[in-house]
Design a protein around this ligand. Structure first.
Ligand code: COA
Length: 160
């Protein structure tokens, strides 16, 4: 586990784009370009809110936290994202990443961490429960992908 660096952008992009193409974890079907990936990661690096896990010399997963919503009244709340490379799920990598992410958000003085999870994503819900996130509600049919409606489960962890 280590903090992300600018040269992780391509590996992170590959993991994100796989999730965009094949899953309902990210609610878009537009893959990230190399330039967008550099800019996206740079914004997180500036905030010190990006981590990667390495396994056998490759980036096996990443985690970031960023603003949950952009109006300044939400400034003490962050939203997390954790993604593990296909083929390396279920090995504890997501847990290691989320643990580091929560510690960094606490160190930064944030008050609450939110996870917004597609309601059928049992792996992500279990991962977040494991770290003390509680269900804060499910909003039906606020997204769509692959020709069906998606429900958003919100989970909440108090940090301070
Ligand atoms: C969700 C994700 C990050 C979990 O990471 P991981 O490294 O596979 O998870 P871990 O091995 O650390 O396991 C964490 C917990 O989730 C459980 N879990 C993992 N995969 C699971 C699955 N497919 N179904 C049910 N539970 C699962 C583990 O058993 C463990 O719980 P436990 O401690 O009670 O045994 C990973 O599956 C992933 O990248 N999925 C695709 C992207 C995604 O959905 N990201 C989250 C978007 S909100």
């Amino acid at each position: 586990m280590r903090r992300a660096r600018p040269d992780d952008a391509e590996a992170v992009r590959a993991i994100r784009n796989h999730a965009i193409e094949h899953t309902t974890a990210l609610w878009t079907q537009t893959p990230q370009s190399p330039a967008e990936a550099v800019a996206w990661l740079a914004a997180h690096l500036d905030r010190g809110s990006a981590f990667v896990a390495e396994a056998e010399g490759e980036v096996a997963g990443f985690a970031v936290h960023g603003p949950w919503r952009h109006l300044d009244g939400y400034r003490h709340t962050v939203e997390d994202s954790v993604y593990v490379r296909e083929g390396r799920h279920g090995l504890g990598i997501g847990s290691a990443l989320l643990k580091a992410l929560i510690a960094s958000a606490r160190d930064a003085g944030h008050h609450v961490m939110i996870a917004g999870i597609e309601a059928g994503n049992t792996a992500s819900i279990r991962l977040h429960e494991r770290f003390g996130f509680h269900h804060a509600g499910t909003v039906p049919e606020v997204g769509t992908k692959f020709g069906r409606w998606l429900d958003l489960t919100l989970m909440r962890l108090p940090l301070t």
